[in-house]
Design a protein around this ligand. Structure first.
Ligand SMILES: [Mg+2]
Length: 426
């Protein structure tokens, strides 16, 4: 057996677990009076978007990523809530602990979504479908929310299967789904081929349009199309890749230790910002948040990237890489502010983002931090100081400490993980 022809497991042992309406479910757990109502979590301002909506809201045609303003028109009686990211983070950690109690092979895809390879769990916990049922039970008991699980031999099939397991919205109320949906090896192509090509990973609107022009609308059409014509239209790599997927061949393994590539924050503003001073304060705020997350993950970065989207949606990114790793707000904001200085913001800034990449374990970077002649040298003293700040934040909350530029009458505004990623609240 060669690498190019990997063996598939004989049994469905890949799980795709996905929480149902995650943010909304966490909100309902906190306030059970919301149950059974159309509930929408997201940006509540006029540029906000829907991040999560209950199945009752979906019956009105509302879906995530829809502008909140549109959702309000479709369902004015819905309950609109801003996000509470600390709560989602906490629920996510609890969920991932449950996953890890069944197998170390957990690949987190999002806060509420992961692939699990449970092939080694059989003796202790049973077959793939049995583990799936136990996970649903544990998540319900421990976290108090519902999830859906797809079980199959490949990631592709498992991901499609979890969709089938979901509840469905209907005008008379949500129809419960099966919760666990298993695709047996002999059922794979029968399950896959009727689906639209858009169901496949990597088929975006442009590829779908090209395929449509070739008379290909379902995955089955794609499977039966001659490989040469796919390659001719989509190129070698994409043509071959989609042909393989269309036959259910997906050799990707569950990668438990997939490292985080970057940590960042970005924010869309209710009104475009024209003043460099205002944006500088925003950069410092975001740098502080990015630094907190880096240290929380015991990571150091080497690159800072500033992203600026203007009022006309044109977007630029500017990066700088240092030779020594860093993790403090002081260094990240210094670099990001230098990058900002080089940008002409007079056209008006709609979105601003700061991210850190080139990540490595903080422990591995100790030597370069001690090298006081390196570009990251001023980081060393700050590292000790900010460790203390993290301690204070843990004990007294985020608003207790922050850079002086952020201190206002109402304490310190500190960005938290994922804050307002779906648009401003006001
Ligand atoms: Mg989900």
């Amino acid at each position: 057996m060669t690498d190019s022809a990997p063996t598939l497991p004989a049994q469905p042992t890949i799980l795709h677990v996905d929480m149902d309406a995650f943010y909304v479910s966490v909100e309902i757990k906190k306030d059970p009076t919301l149950a059974g109502r159309p509930v929408i979590v997201g940006g509540t301002g006029n540029r906000g978007v829907v991040a999560s909506c209950s199945y009752e809201a979906r019956a009105f045609g509302i879906h995530s990523a829809m502008p909140t303003a549109r959702a309000r028109r479709l369902c004015p009686q819905a309950v609109f809530l801003p996000g509470h990211f600390d709560d989602y983070q906490e629920a996510s950690s609890a969920i991932h602990r449950i996953f890890l109690s069944f197998t170390p092979l957990v690949e987190g895809i999002a806060l509420d979504e992961a692939f699990l390879d449970v092939s080694g769990a059989r003796r202790l916990f049973g077959t793939g479908p049995e583990v799936a049922a136990r996970i649903r039970q544990d998540v319900r008991q421990t976290v108090g929310i519902e999830c859906s699980v797809g079980v199959a031999r490949t990631k592709l099939m498992a991901k499609l299967a979890s969709k089938e397991a979901k509840p469905r919205p209907s005008p008379s109320g949500p129809q419960p789904g099966p919760g666990v949906f298993v695709v047996l090896p002999e059922e794979e192509l029968g399950f896959l081929h009727p689906k639209p090509v858009r169901a496949l990973w990597g088929v975006g609107p442009a590829t779908a349009a090209r395929l449509t022009r070739m008379g290909i609308s379902t995955v089955g059409d794609l499977a039966r199309a001659p490989l040469e014509s796919l390659v001719g239209s989509l190129g070698q790599a994409a043509g071959r890749h989609l042909h393989e997927l269309a036959w259910g061949r997906d050799p990707r393994r569950v990668e438990p230790s997939r490292p985080t590539k970057s940590i960042g924050h970005e924010e869309t503003y209710a009104k475009d910002h024209y003043r460099a001073e205002t944006l500088a304060v925003e950069v410092i705020r975001m740098a502080d948040a990015v630094a907190g997350r880096l240290r929380h993950a015991s990571l150091e970065a080497r690159t800072v990237t500033l992203k600026v989207r203007f009022g006309d949606f044109s977007t630029i990114t500017r990066s700088r890489t240092e030779t020594a790793g860093f993790s403090t707000a002081q260094v990240i904001s210094r670099i990001a502010l230098a990058l900002l200085e080089e940008v002409d913001v007079s056209a008006g800034v709609r979105l601003l983002g700061v991210s850190a990449s080139g990540l490595a374990d903080a422990g591995a970077e100790q030597l370069s931090l001690d090298d006081l002649t390196g570009p990251g040298s001023d980081d060393a003293g700050w590292k000790a100081a900010t460790g203390a700040i993290d301690d204070i934040r843990r004990r007294f909350g985020d608003r207790a400490v922050g850079p002086a530029a952020l201190a206002g009458a109402d304490g310190v505004r500190v960005k938290r993980i994922g804050d307002t990623q779906w648009g401003p609240g006001t």
